[in-house]
Design a protein. Structure first.
Length: 380
């Protein structure tokens, strides 16, 4: 005899167990999937932090290889031997970096005595203003304020640069990381395609077409990002450096170089380095020149945000500006300066790779593939 209260209902439940609402079921399915994704991301971040002395030099090597590979390929197309093209490109890159470092050190050493004198004079002027009414700040109070500000800056700066310090806390770590980056760059330039094909063979046969397409899309995005970001950084550095030069600041060249290097951290780098330029203008020249310097920094930043980023970076990276800002902030909180530097290229490359994998799995070619036939993933 059949029990009526155990009879199945049309919706799939029974009389003794009411059906779970579809909204709750969907929310639970989304929840456990999101938990799996978050858990995987947490494991990846933990492993990156654990092996950061290897991971960060490899990421540096990837960026340098993406920068130099087009030059090597161009020389090879001109019938240069590949080994000679790689050597010439690496030597030229090292010479440019060494020239920039030498120029900055020379300019800073030449302008440091004047900067010290002007800093002391600016401090004395500010102290005299604060002593007078309506401020009436005593020397003891001023010293306390400066001490508190120094502690705050020291605390924040230690958190920001903590990632960089942890990567190379000793000279041996710095040397080991530099050697890993150099050798990884050389081998990527020699046989980067072969390395990726070897990685692709680690996956099941049916997944290899998607992994291969993801690698091609990610590498194309990375090379485009590096070249475009260099152009943006040069424009930022030259623009702010010229403003400092016309204002008569003795550290105009170091300011331009610092802005150029900081601009490799999208959005935030140019702003922070621009603030440094404004402070130097205030110390050296006065408030009027500082306001002019601030206007120049804002003009260059607006040019980057409204012209270069949408036209150049947006087309190469295809990541929303809000995602860029959040990614840089999250990378800074997780790994300091290295996190801020690698956040945007990692987001851009991951976005391109996932998109290419999905297109390949679903049988549609990537958007930049003019081939007439769709790519089909083979079954077992």
């Amino acid at each position: 005899m059949e029990l009526r209260w155990n009879r199945p209902r049309p919706g799939g439940g029974t009389a003794s167990s009411p059906t779970v609402p579809s909204g709750v079921r969907s929310a639970s399915e989304w929840s456990w999937r999101l938990l799996v994704i978050i858990g995987l991301a947490a494991v990846v971040i933990y492993l990156v932090i654990l092996f950061q002395e290897i991971v960060i030099p490899l990421l540096v090597a990837l960026l340098v290889s993406a920068l130099l590979q087009p030059a090597v390929a161009s020389l090879v197309r001109r019938r240069w031997p590949k080994w000679l093209a790689i050597v010439v490109t690496l030597v030229a890159f090292a010479a440019v970096v060494a020239a920039l470092v030498t120029l900055v050190v020379w300019q800073v050493r030449a302008g440091l005595p004047q900067l010290e004198r002007e800093s002391v004079a600016a401090y004395d002027r500010a102290r005299d203003v604060l002593r007078a009414p309506p401020w009436s700040v005593s020397d003891t109070q001023l010293a306390g304020y400066l001490s508190s500000a120094g502690d705050l800056i020291s605390k924040d700066s230690s958190q920001i640069i903590g990632g960089a310090v942890r990567v190379g806390s000793t000279t041996g770590h710095l040397l080991a990381g530099g050697l890993i980056a150099v050798f990884a760059t050389i081998f990527m330039l020699i046989d980067g395609g072969g390395i990726w094909r070897w990685i692709t063979r680690l996956f099941p046969r049916t997944g290899r077409p998607a992994i291969s397409a993801a690698g091609d899309a990610g590498w194309t995005t990375l090379t485009s990002f590096v070249r475009v970001q260099i152009l943006v950084a040069v424009v930022n550095g030259v623009g702010i450096g010229l403003v400092a030069f016309f204002l008569g600041l003795p550290l105009a060249i170091p300011i331009g170089v610092v802005v150029l290097l900081a601009s490799f951290i999208p959005v935030i780098g140019a702003i922070v380095s621009g603030i440094i330029a404004v402070v130097i203008a205030l110390v050296f020249a006065g408030p009027v020149q500082a306001i002019i310097m601030l206007a120049g920094v804002l003009l260059v930043h607006l040019l980057e945000a409204h012209v270069m980023q949408p036209l150049l970076v947006g087309g190469a990276v295809k990541v929303h500006p809000l995602a860029v800002v959040i990614g840089v902030a999250a990378g800074t909180g997780i790994a300091g300066i290295p996190g801020a530097l690698f956040a945007v290229p990692l987001i851009a490359v991951a976005n391109a790779m996932v998109t290419a994998m999905l297109r390949t799995v679903h049988g549609t070619p990537p958007a930049n593939d003019p081939g007439p036939e769709p790519v089909q993933a083979r079954e077992w």
